[in-house]
Design a protein around this ligand. Sequence first.
Ligand SMILES: C[S@@+](CC[C@H](N)C(=O)[O-])C[C@H]1O[C@@H](n2cnc3c(N)ncnc32)[C@H](O)[C@@H]1O
Length: 268
Amino acid sequence: MSMDAEVKEERPSRGADYLTGIRGKIAIAVYLVVINGFLLIVYKGPIYKVAVRACFLGFTFGCGLLVSLTETTWTHFGWYMCSLSFFHYSEYLVTAMINPHSLSLDSFLLNHSLEYNVAALSSWVEFTVEILLLPDLKQWRWLSLMGLLMVMCGECLRKWAMLTAGSNFNHIVQNEKAQSHVLVTTGVYSYFRHPSYVGWFYWSIGTQVVLCNPVCVLGYTLASWRFFFRERIEEEELSLILFFGEEYMQYKRKVATGLPFIEGISFI
Ligand SMILES: C[S@@+](CC[C@H](N)C(=O)[O-])C[C@H]1O[C@@H](n2cnc3c(N)ncnc32)[C@H](O)[C@@H]1O
């Protein structure tokens, strides 16, 4: 009986010791960088079906949860894995709810762009390098908690926007007006003109705050801000002005974009 009790007491610490040991760290790093990187980059095209993606995201979420439950230097990476897999899975799920006609494999947003995949890989590499060279940097629990709060608020804001816009929301910016497309100015759209982008902006920075990744916090902030400023918002607003004319311009005068230092289309 006493022997059993001793064995039971030892088991969890052995697992935790393994994870904090150099071999455990290398094993997890190899898994995260090689397997996830391989799945993200190589598995494209028709064989990459919905079930495979959903299983992969569920598996990642489960692994993230397990890692979160171990009190190691990797705990915050577990939070990050849960945040990332939940985001991608829920993008598909909410699109299926609000706009099933637009639903496709791309609704998972897993193959969003090469830049997005490079950004994800960079954050894993930064975390791995810093955990080996500067492990104390990864122990700031209050900072990771703040990041988790940013992730959760950003996630809620984005999904609130998607649910409010309903079938008017599309992952692909529409250049031709559908008959059913109406201008949404109520709910969260009465606070921000681009609430789902605001949500995503803070969500993405939050993922790096969770990981206490200083380089990626800066990189993600600049890259996502630049993306919305240079590529997304002007193009989207131009088509919205073509679709809704004066109605959109009045809305634009009253409601800000919600993104810092981005005014939106300015030639009118
Ligand atoms: C990815 S969604 C982003 C929506 C919005 N920019 C946001 O951040 O919540 C892009 C699509 O939403 C549509 N859209 C954007 N704002 C809209 C609004 N206020 N009412 C209706 N459709 C809108 C655009 O025409 C585009 O096809």
